[in-house]
Design a protein around this ligand. Structure first.
Ligand SMILES: C[S@@+](CC[C@H](N)C(=O)[O-])C[C@H]1O[C@@H](n2cnc3c(N)ncnc32)[C@H](O)[C@@H]1O
Length: 490
């Protein structure tokens, strides 16, 4: 099927592992006979996992895509309806609805009467901005038997978006959200598409609290109980579900007392400005026309970025140079500038505002580089190679008054405790990525480094020296430093 049609129908099929986790949330006995629905059947990943655990289940699948319906292999437990689930009301009462619905925008259905009918039957108002999965959930709840349950795989943005508020109101009023399983964004088991989703269990009976769970190797572990009386539908639930119990630290000060975090260099046209060593050689560009620079976060995998590790990147011909133009009058540089003019690089938004257009916006070398996006832990790099950084990293510059704390600040940044302190500042984006803007860093309260006594100051200096030798994020030195910091914080 062509890509656009697949996208239109929201065809993302559930990996078997996730299907098993979804099925493990069903509270039935293995031998029970019951009736389930699998709306948006796809290739049947959820139904097949369900039958594996509950061999006596009867399932009704709904699938709009005729090709998938045709491909469906006959199975005694499953009956497929080649129909639009949203408009097919057959007065069934299901014991269970298990569903990975399409996440696309609710299409502007042509038949206005059909929409009115759906709104009346479900007693809702359909907002055109709503994603269709919300409608799938409303309909599933409507068709559940008393005490029945619905298991839905949905994007985590549901907890925070405006279009989800009406449904959150219903779940909150009726206390029907039983549990939520969040996936560990740091786990290698899951690809990106999965870490931005979660599983909801909705019951047709009231619950006192929402169980927030984490999947641990297909076993579901409760991490938090959220009392309905503590939350409102208008709040961003994702933050509430993931916030760890807050802990009051002593001896803290905002990072801006010691340092300033600033965005990295935006070139406006990386395809032109960013070069590999072989490109620099082929173009015969003199050293004065390029500067060393870290382009990708994945290029740095150890805490200390020293000259040797930067040389390794050069030797493997990674993009490590940024073209800066130069004052010197050499023909290769001029030729490359002319090439930029031919490409129209000087006309792009950022470059057209610079004089000359190829001049770097800044060329500050920051001693500490900090990740912008992350999954769950921030990445801090000690920039011993003194290279520039593009926007994949922010740069941290230490206030001259506190230069003597630079290495200690760095050690602090790679401890777990720093992660915990930054957690509350992170912003979650629609795609599930967590982002820290420069000011999110600057305004976070960390250890007030001046509180560190001379003996510990010297010990930390020594630990930094050992880290330079060890150069690993899994080093025990990080734990040792953390213990020293914790003495002051707790
Ligand atoms: C996200 S996929 C999930 C497929 C399958 N349940 C799974 O878990 O692998 C959603 C499926 O819903 C189907 N679909 C989209 N809109 C539908 C509708 N209105 N009624 C029935 N099926 C629909 C798509 O064709 C697609 O196969």
């Amino acid at each position: 099927m062509i890509k656009t049609r697949k996208k239109e129908l929201g065809q993302f099929f559930t990996p078997a592992r996730i299907a098993r986790i979804a099925v493990s949330m069903v509270s039935k006995q293995q031998s029970d006979k019951f009736l389930a629905a699998d709306p948006g059947y796809g290739e049947g990943a959820l139904s097949l996992a369900l039958i594996e655990k509950f061999p006596n289940v009867r399932i009704e699948g709904y699938e709009i895509d005729g090709n998938l319906v045709q491909r469906h292999k006959i199975n005694d437990n499953i009956k497929i309806h080649h129909e639009d689930y949203l408009f097919k009301f057959n007065n069934n009462n299901y014991d269970l609805v298990i569903c990975n619905p399409p996440y696309n925008r609710f299409q502007n259905y042509e038949n206005i009467n059909q929409i009115k009918n759906l709104e009346n039957k479900l007693n809702i108002h359909i907002n055109k901005l709503s994603s269709s999965y919300v409608l799938f959930i409303y309909k599933a709840i409507h068709e559940l038997k008393q005490d029945g349950e619905a298991i839905f795989i949905v994007p985590i943005e549901f907890f925070n978006t405006k279009y989800g508020i009406d449904l959150k109101r219903q779940l909150h009023r009726e206390r029907t959200l039983h549990s939520v399983v969040l996936f560990d964004t740091n786990s290698s088991h899951f690809d990106e598409a999965i870490t931005t989703t979660c599983i909801l269990k909705i019951t047709k009976s009231a619950n006192n609290f929402i169980r927030v769970c984490k999947d641990r190797d297909e076993l579901i572990e409760i991490t938090k109980l959220v009392n309905y009386s503590e939350i409102t539908p208008e709040q961003k639930w994702f933050h509430i579900f993931t916030q760890e119990e807050s802990f009051e630290f002593k001896n803290t000060a905002p990072l801006y007392k010691y340092a300033k975090v600033t965005r990295g260099i935006a070139t406006g046209a990386n395809h032109y400005f960013i070069l590999t060593p072989s490109q620099v050689k082929d173009l015969k560009l003199p050293h004065a026309s390029v500067k060393e620079c870290i382009v990708r976060s994945s290029d740095v995998i150890s805490p200390i970025l020293d000259v040797q590790s930067f040389d390794l990147l050069k030797n493997s011909d990674r993009q490590v140079y940024i073209f800066t133009g130069s004052e010197i009058d050499d023909s290769a540089t001029k030729k490359y500038i002319d090439y930029g003019l031919q490409l129209g690089v000087h006309l792009t938004f950022l470059n057209s505002r610079r004089t000359p257009w190829y001049k770097l916006e800044k060329s500050t070398v920051y001693p500490i580089l900090l990740s912008v996006f992350d999954r769950s832990t921030i990445k801090a790099i000690y920039n011993k190679a003194s290279v520039l950084n593009l926007t994949t990293f922010h740069g941290l510059h230490v206030n001259p008054l506190y230069h003597k704390y630079t290495k200690i600040i760095y050690l602090f940044f790679i401890t777990n405790i720093a992660n915990q302190m930054f957690k509350a500042s992170k912003r979650i984006y629609g795609n599930g990525l967590l982002k820290l803007e420069p000011n999110d860093y600057n305004n976070t309260f960390l250890l007030d480094f001046e509180m560190i006594g001379t003996k510990d100051y010297n010990k930390l200096g020594h630990l930094f020296y050992e880290l330079e030798v060890d150069n690993s994020f899994s080093s025990s030195i990080i734990k040792e430093s953390e213990l020293i910091f914790l003495q002051y914080l707790t």
